[in-house]
Design a protein around this ligand. Structure first.
Ligand SMILES: *Cc1c(COP(=O)(O)O)cnc(C)c1O
Length: 369
């Protein structure tokens, strides 16, 4: 009998979020609201639809493995050299490519916990040790929801090849600010690559939260990870990118890149999205306004909600998490629960969020099961 590597056998099976159509059918309602995956609720940008339609006609050919047009557009957008850019089949693919490029078995990958689901899996598949540093309360008396960068720096050792800093942090939505992040970068050894995962950068409104692309300048061991899946509205097409101060980092990612994994249609869509930046900004502003309304409405209901810099909010419900998430599903609202910790709720349209808030009210008013 063949058997997968022990590290793979022990991996949990990926549990995708509930499909809204399935849930609606199961509970006998017309439609369910999905606030579980941090997509934006807007349809694809008009220019993206046109670009995708045109690109489909060429799909008998392989895509450009170097993604030259997209890479150039990203380099222009961020004021870097194309050699500092690497694209991937979603930012998650780049995470994996980084681990393949930098982690021999016995090395380690450090990150805060709770943070992005992918980081511990990455470490396991690479045969690397996961160094997990607990979040700390962002406010006095609050729950643990914020990076402890001093503790993260202290946890690095000479086996640590990668350290991820998810800013704003998924799933808590909190962000670290310039002085602490600069102090952290100054403390990280030159042999450890800092990956600033800024999947939600476009939703940041706090001027003290630095742009990783500015911070990486002059720091050859810093790279920034971004994605077209969230603000840019291309989650279904799978495009992410890395910007690195040292071109050797981008080159290492390109070397471990699964060939042709960023499809032709995806590349065309990403180029068109970049050309529609003004529209994307308008959409992000709408999400930010709705984030404030949703945060206020939840606080009014007595929930502790940290200030989010992303397109989701975090409810630190502890032991009540699974029960409330289940009660919301029974009321046709899908959120993202982390058992024993809290619920992450994507900022939806005002209508979707009203459905969510009504479901919360209804669930809280119902007698305990
Ligand atoms: C969504 C997300 C990503 C990237 O997702 P892709 O769809 O693979 O580009 C990366 N990091 C974090 C923290 C995310 O939440």
């Amino acid at each position: 009998m063949v058997s997968a590597r022990p590290a793979v056998q022990s991996l949990p099976v990926y549990k995708p979020g509930r499909n809204p159509a399935d849930l609606a059918r199961e509970i006998g309602v017309e439609r369910a609201v999905k606030l579980a995956s941090n997509e934006v609720a807007f349809p694809p940008l008009p220019a993206v639809v046109r670009a995708v339609t045109a690109a489909v006609a060429e799909t008998n050919r392989y895509p450009d493995n170097g993604a030259v047009v997209l890479t150039r557009a990203l380099a222009d957008r961020y004021g870097v050299d194309p050699a500092q850019v690497a694209t991937g089949c979603g930012a998650v693919a780049i995470c994996q490519e980084l681990a393949q490029a930098y982690n021999d078995p016995g090395t380690s990958i450090a990150f805060a916990w709770r943070s992005f689901e992918m980081y511990p899996l990455l470490a396991r598949v690479a045969g690397a040790r996961a160094v997990q540093v607990p979040l700390t309360p962002g406010r006095d008396g609050g729950s643990s929801d914020t990076h402890d960068l001093d503790a993260l720096a202290a946890a690095l050792d000479d086996t640590t090849r990668l350290v991820f800093v998810c800013n704003p942090n998924n799933p808590t939505g909190t962000a670290v600010r310039r002085p602490e992040l600069e102090r952290f970068l100054d403390a990280v050894p030159a042999e450890t690559l800092v990956v600033l995962d800024e999947a939600y950068r476009e939703f940041v409104t706090d001027a003290d939260v630095p742009d990783g692309v500015d911070l990486m300048r002059g720091r050859p061991n810093v790279a920034v990870l971004r994605t077209f899946s969230k603000a840019w509205g291309l989650a279904g097409l799978r495009v992410g990118y890395l910007l690195a101060e040292d071109p050797a980092v981008a080159e290492a990612v390109r070397k471990t890149h699964l060939p042709f994994s960023v499809g032709m249609v995806a590349q065309a869509a990403a180029v068109a999205a970049l050309a529609s930046e003004a529209e994307v900004r308008t959409r992000c502003a709408a999400v930010v306004a709705e984030r404030a309304r949703l945060t206020g409405a939840l606080r009014q209901r007595g929930f502790e909600v940290a200030d989010s810099q992303a397109n989701f909010v975090w409810l630190p419900l502890g032991e009540r998490t699974v029960e409330l998430a289940g009660a919301l599903e029974a009321r046709a609202v899908i959120t993202r629960p982390f058992a024993g910790e809290g619920i992450r709720v994507t900022v939806g349209t005002p209508e979707e969020d009203d459905v969510f808030l009504a479901a919360v009210d209804d669930a809280l008013a119902a007698p305990a099961p």
